[in-house]
Structure formats: C-alpha cells, structure tokens
Design a protein around this ligand. Structure first.
Ligand SMILES: Nc1ncnc2c1ncn2[C@@H]1O[C@H](COP(=O)(O)OP(=O)(O)OP(=O)(O)O)[C@@H](O)[C@H]1O
Ligand SMILES: [Mg+2]
Length: 278
C-alpha cells in the first residue's frame, strides 16, 4: 500500500503565534480508516486543514501519494482530498441543498446526467433524498452536517477528511453515517481520516487511532493498544470507551480477571460469557 498522505516533521503556528501543531510525523496508508482524537484545541481541525492544503505548514513537508503538496495544483488536491468541515456553515454556500452538492462534481466537468446521478446518490446515502430543493438556510444543524457529507460523497474522492462528522446527529444518524463511511472505506478503498471526540465509536469502526494533545501526537496505534494507555488518554482530555471503562473498574476494584479489556458490546458479551462459564 502506498503512503497516500504523509506529514514529515510538521509544525504549524497561527499568525497570532498560537503553536497549534508541533513535531507531527504521520504516515497514512491508502485504504486506512484513521481516527484523530484529542480534546478541544488539541489541533485536530488544524491537522486536517494542513492535509487538505488550506493551511501551509510553518515547518516541515506534506506529501500526497509521495508528491510534495506544494507541487500539486489546488484543483488536483481538492479533487483527491475532500473535507467535510466541522462547522457546516464553513462549507455550504449555495442556496439549495441540491445546488450545493452539485457544485463540486459540476466543476470537475462531469456531464449533467452524471452530476444529477451523483447528487441523488449522495442525498440518498445520507437519508435526505427529498431535500434537493430545500433551502440550506432552513435546515436543522444535523441536516446541514448530512448535506456537507453528501457534498463530499458526490466528489468520490480518494481521501475523505472528516471533522467531527457525527456531532449533532441523532443516534440512528450516527450509526447510519458511520456504517456508510466504513462501507466506502472497505468496499471502495476510500481512505478515511476522521477527527472526533466520540471515543465509543472508535473500536466499532476505526482501524487506527492517533491521540493529539496540545498539538503533539501522544499515541498512534490500533484501538486496543491505544486504549490500554488509560493515563495518557485521560491526560489528553479523553476517556476510555464506556465498555472499556466498566471493565477497567471490574478489574481494578472488584478483582475480576479478564484476558482482554473489551471495548465494544460484542467483545464484552464474549468476555462475560467466558467468566460465567468458568
Ligand atoms: N484562526 C486561528 N487563529 C489563532 N489560533 C487558532 C486559530 N484557529 C485555531 N486556533 C488555535 O489553535 C489550537 C488548535 O485548534 P484546533 O481548532 O485545531 O483544535 P481542535 O482539536 O480541532 O479543537 P475542537 O475539538 O474544539 O474542534 C487551539 O489552541 C486554537 O485556539
Ligand atoms: Mg476542531
């Protein structure tokens, strides 16, 4: 698998002097589903904006498919790496939902029929099939988040950068969107890089996690590995997934012995059945 994105010794400070990212070395392989976790202000959004070229590093280099992004045209970069922004009002600018989603594909020079098909498919995927003519201004916040995601889906990019895509979605919406992202990742090989605080989603959907704290990478690995470092997780203003926390308490305070600390309901179910059958 090629390195689809790479950050090499990257630093970024905002013009007012805020050091938002420091010493970031990160390689993302094609087809990975990577979670970027960290508390408020830890640098998640900044990191995504470095990866999509919206912000330029203060120091260090960024590579897309092993080419320095400085040598790639903005158009080519935006076509391959699409971002679903944290705040939908930063992303949506047309008057209706359908027009907004059509904008990207139309700019790629696709035929009218193809653009229409992509808009319909994308709206269906986010369960907003009837919303094409709806005025964006009148949407609820969760509907705006879905519309943003549809805009990214319609671009059919190689990499999706998702900044808190599930915040403000109802629980059914969270599961549906995460299942959709996972399907696109596994079946179509789209690389997913998702910033989130939703630790409970991680072991269910995400293959690799990076923990950011004060602009630095504290941990990088598979969810089981990363969540076994509870003290670092808490220092980064995060917590263990609820299930993992429960089993940590059962182990430490109640002396129950587990082979593994489960992180999902499915894993917990197996662990509990094991204990009961002993
Ligand atoms: N335009 C800006 N000018 C100055 N400082 C900024 C700017 N944008 C962000 N920052 C600062 O950079 C740091 C990282 O911010 P960033 O938005 O990347 O955090 P985040 O991890 O995405 O947080 P959240 O979970 O709240 O979305 C914070 O200290 C923030 O105050
Ligand atoms: Mg953010």
């Amino acid at each position: 698998m090629i390195n689809i994105l790479e950050m090499r010794n990257t630093h970024f400070s905002y013009p007012d002097g805020t050091p938002a990212l420091q010493d970031i070395d990160l390689i993302v392989k094609e087809g990975e589903f990577l979670g970027i976790l960290g508390g408020n202000g830890s640098g998640k959004t900044t990191l995504l904006k470095i990866l999509n070229g919206l912000l330029k590093t203060t120091k260090g280099e960024v590579f897309l498919e092993e080419n320095n992004i400085k040598s790639i045209s903005k158009d080519a970069l935006f076509r391959k790496v699409c971002t679903c922004f944290q705040n939908p009002d930063d992303q949506l600018f047309s008057s209706t939902v359908g027009e907004d989603i059509a904008f990207g594909p139309a700019n790629m020079g696709l035929s009218k029929e193809e653009v229409k098909r992509r808009v319909c498919d994308a709206l269906e995927a986010v369960e907003m099939a009837d919303f094409a003519d709806k005025v964006i201004h009148n949407l609820s916040f969760g509907q705006k988040k879905r519309a943003c995601l549809a805009g990214v889906l319609a671009m059919n990019p190689k990499v999706m950068l998702l900044d808190e895509p599930t915040s403000c979605l109802d629980p059914a919406g969270v599961s549906a969107i995460m299942r959709l992202l996972r399907k696109l990742n596994k079946e179509e090989g789209i690389t997913m890089i998702m910033a989130t605080h939703s630790v409970d989603l991680v072991p269910l959907f995400i293959d690799r996690v990076v923990i950011l704290n004060k602009g630095k990478i504290m941990l990088d690995g598979e969810p089981e590995e990363v969540f076994s470092r509870a003290e670092v997780i808490r220092e980064a203003k995060l917590r263990l997934p609820r299930i993992g926390h429960l089993f940590e308490i059962l182990k430490k305070k109640d002396g129950l012995d587990f082979d593994n600390i489960p992180l999902t309901i499915g894993e917990a179910r197996e662990e509990i059945k094991n204990i009961l059958s002993r």
